[in-house]
Design a protein around this ligand. Structure first.
Ligand code: C5P
Length: 329
């Protein structure tokens, strides 16, 4: 792939950070780049359950959600540069700017340890954006973990968690990934035993052709759609015991309002069911829908049918990335 200059966005340290940085240089930790290039994968997630418990005084909502990593991933390549800048080049030009969480993640790590080393981040997007699959959050967590491993940084678990939480509610989950119950804003992550039911061996992920703002979906959620954490706890208990959860517990508090507000999502759900998907649920705040299958052939047949109707559909599966998938060259 040829990167053009206009895809490269230079994120300069502003004057304040430079003076802060200079003031701390005597104690500065220099990143030790054992090699020049580091590749890392950032996996997407689905929400098996998503219980919104209520609105908090700080404007966020308390949640209980069971999340699972799936094998749809973005690829990130980090290259050490001679300057002290964080640069981003992304295959989606609209994401090539300083608001991108990967840039913020790299700045956070460098600021926390007063590191001067510059880095170019190349981000090859495969995970649909603003889709309920956690792509941006996963990219951010992957950059933190990759820098930690590549530069051999001394960051405690609480350092990592602090940085992840400040970047977004879903980011802490992606520090470990796999299968987990996430509570609070999403930052209280409890790993679950890596059991995945046979009936859900294959997952179709259908992304309707709209993007949805997470903040707007939270804002438009009526209190009557709040739930308690019964569903998420029941599903966590079942999976921890190696049992298939009850389908009625795969509850998403947002599904009713998102289907009501966005007819494209309701239509896509109907089309999936009509094509033979046994069960369909919204992932996160949507608009992506997931449908589990036990047989690959059935998943493939439904995928082909939906693709012929013009839908964007991915055939995926649950995965447990035990270690961050980093390759240093
Ligand atoms: O944490 P994050 O920046 O990903 O959240 C995006 C928006 O989603 C927040 O600004 C907030 O409006 C909403 N949100 C929420 N409660 C959560 C997570 C997100 O209200 N637990």
């Amino acid at each position: 792939m040829h990167w053009t200059n206009d895809l490269i966005f230079l994120c300069m340290l502003d004057k304040y950070l430079i003076s802060m940085h200079n003031a701390r240089m005597s104690h500065a930790q220099r990143a030790r780049t054992s090699s020049d290039v580091c590749f890392v994968r950032a996996y997407a997630k689905i929400n098996l359950t998503l219980d919104v418990l209520g609105r908090r005084a700080d404007g966020y909502h308390d949640l209980a959600t069971v999340m699972q990593t799936v094998d749809l991933y973005d690829t990130i390549c980090l290259t050490a540069t001679e300057d002290s800048q964080v640069q981003l080049a992304c295959t989606k030009p609209e994401l090539s700017n300083g608001d991108n969480l990967v840039v913020q993640a790299a700045h956070l790590v460098r600021q926390r340890l007063a590191i001067r080393q510059g880095v170019l981040i190349e981000l090859h997007k495969h995970i649909p954006m603003a889709a309920g699959l956690g792509g941006g959050s996963s990219d951010a967590a992957a950059v933190i973990l990759a820098l930690q491993q590549w530069w051999r940084l001394h960051l405690s678990h609480s350092d990592l968690l602090d940085m992840a939480t400040s970047l977004g509610s879903d980011v802490p989950f992606f520090l470990t990934g796999g299968l987990a119950l996430c509570e609070g804003r999403g930052e209280r992550v409890t790993a679950l035993a890596p059991y995945w039911p046979r009936s859900m061996r294959w997952l179709l992920l259908l992304k309707p052709a709209i993007s949805i703002s997470t903040a707007a979906v939270f804002r438009n959620l009526p209190a009557s759609d709040y739930s308690d954490d019964t569903h998420s706890r029941a599903v966590s208990r079942a999976l921890n015991a190696g049992q298939t959860p009850q389908l009625e517990d795969l509850h998403n508090s947002f599904e009713r309002s998102v289907l009501g507000r966005y007819p494209e999502v309701a239509r896509a759900k109907g089309d999936l069911l009509q094509a033979g998907a046994p069960f369909v649920r919204l992932s996160g705040t949507g608009p992506t829908l997931f449908a589990p299958f036990s047989e690959l052939a059935n998943a493939q047949r439904v995928q082909e049918q939906l693709q012929s109707q013009g839908y964007e559909v991915y055939l995926s599966r649950a995965i447990h990335p035990n270690v961050v998938d980093v390759n240093v060259y």
